[in-house]
Design a protein around this ligand. Structure first.
Ligand code: CA
Length: 439
């Protein structure tokens, strides 16, 4: 992951809001999303976030001047689908990033041509960043796996395969929803430990999972594994991802084939994909607890050890309905970092997923698994933050929570910042719980 002139922290944009302190979208970020005018029914278009504006990529193709490489990349997304650009691979994406950076930089001769291609973000609505193909949810957070394992199996918290196999299951992409989409409390089958038989009704232990989403760029042919040393080339970018979970449905249904209805009623993805290039200044060595075994050779490379992790700060914020009505702001209930939490890198996930011959396709999504840090206030789920529902979280207005109530709004936040770099962010990843359907 090389750094180039697009990462220069001194680079400024003629879009003034992109130069503001604390913006998620300075010119060093340039994430992709799908937008249309708010309240409209027009087809989705591809946009690039810059400050508090969206650059309409199709309009920019028509009005701007582009070199052949950038023009080909812009043509790929003219139909409103990111996947043709994903399929072009990292080199085309880099050419487009360089051209967009030059066009949006202070002093660019393209300013007058591109100014009419900007829309205020507050005037648009955003959807899922691409049509998501297959979705796989991993379990890379070792502190989460250990803490949850302790709740389910006190004598054997971390199963012996964990430090050898990147654990995952094939999920369901149809229920992945855009930022702001309401999350309906699921109905399901639950069984209390002392009950003779299960009952059916609304989940009473509705939880969040703080995850990253990795979107696949170029795919691989069926039967042709991707070596770990080349796995990065198949990653397009990263989003925030909330894998809402029903903790009372989960323990009854998960044996022996894994999660099912406890996970497939809704997952929220953030609207902007931060590309692997934008994340280049924020790479970190892979951190593993002392005594962890060396990975098998097909999961090991100098690059994945030295810079395979992502230094992304992550937070979980909660606002109850009562707080909302009183005008009280959301409160932060957890803060952690992806580099501290993940036992496996995204490249290792690609290498493992394809190692048996499985083909990945542009627009496939990997969930990282819940990214809990080592400390008690760094947990990425309420299950951990409340010790399985035994220690409620006290909120400033006197309310408390073990699991989510109807009307609760939960938001994930993510950003990268390091000395000598420009801070970049991921934008919102929010959902509000609405009541279960009547039985
Ligand atoms: Ca998950």
């Amino acid at each position: 992951m090389r750094l180039d002139e697009t990462h220069d922290p001194a680079l400024r944009s003629w879009v003034a809001s992109a130069n503001a302190d604390g913006t998620d979208f300075p010119i060093q970020n340039l994430p992709f999303g799908r937008f249309r005018r708010a309240g409209g029914t027009a087809a989705w278009r591809i946009g690039v976030a810059i400050g508090d504006q969206v650059l309409d990529v199709r309009a920019a193709r028509e009005h701007g001047r582009w070199n052949p490489g950038a023009a080909a990349a812009l043509d790929a997304v003219a139909g409103g689908d990111l996947r043709p650009l994903m399929a072009l691979g990292a080199q085309a994406r880099r050419a487009l990033r360089t051209a967009l950076s030059q066009a949006l930089a202070e002093g660019s001769a393209q300013r007058d041509a591109l100014l009419p291609c900007l829309l205020p973000q507050e005037a648009v609505e955003l959807t899922v960043p691409c049509a998501i193909g297959d979705y796989t949810d991993f379990y890379t957070g070792i502190h989460h796996a250990t803490a949850v394992g302790k709740l389910f199996r006190p004598d054997n918290p971390l199963l012996p395969n964990y430090q050898w196999v990147p654990i995952g299951y094939h999920g369901r992409s149809s229920s992945i929803v855009a930022n702001g989409h309401p999350i309906r409390r699921p109905l399901g089958q639950t069984k209390a430990a002392d009950a003779a038989q299960p009952t059916f009704g609304p989940s009473r232990r509705l939880d969040c999972e703080l995850e990253l989403g990795f979107l696949i760029g170029q795919g691989n042919a069926l039967g042709e594994p991707v070596p770990v040393a080349r796995a990065e080339e198949h990653l397009f970018g990263v989003t925030l991802f909330n894998d809402w979970s029903a903790r009372d449905i989960q323990p009854w249904e998960y044996q022996p084939l894994g999660p099912f209805l406890s996970k497939n009623f809704g997952s929220t993805i953030s609207p902007w994909v931060v590309t692997m290039e934008a994340l280049a200044p924020f790479r970190a060595p892979l951190q593993r607890p002392a005594g962890s075994p060396e990975p098998l050779p097909y999961l090991d490379s100098a690059e994945t050890r030295g810079s395979g992790a992502l230094d992304i700060r992550l937070e979980v914020w909660l606002q109850t309905a009562a707080m909302h009505e009183a005008g009280a702001p959301a409160v932060r209930i957890s803060a952690t970092s992806a580099a501290e939490a993940a036992y496996w890198t995204a490249a290792q996930l690609v290498a493992h997923h394809t190692s048996g011959g499985c083909n990945l396709q542009p627009g496939d999504l990997f969930g990282s698994g819940t990214l809990s840090g080592p400390g008690p206030q760094q947990a990425g789920s309420l299950l951990e933050l409340t010790q399985g529902g035994k220690q409620p979280i006290r909120l400033p207005n006197g309310e408390s929570r073990t699991f989510l109530e109807d009307g609760d709004t939960l938001s994930l936040r993510g950003w990268c910042e390091r000395p000598g770099t420009r801070r970049i962010g991921f934008g919102p990843c929010t959902g509000t719980i609405v009541p279960a359907p009547a039985i």
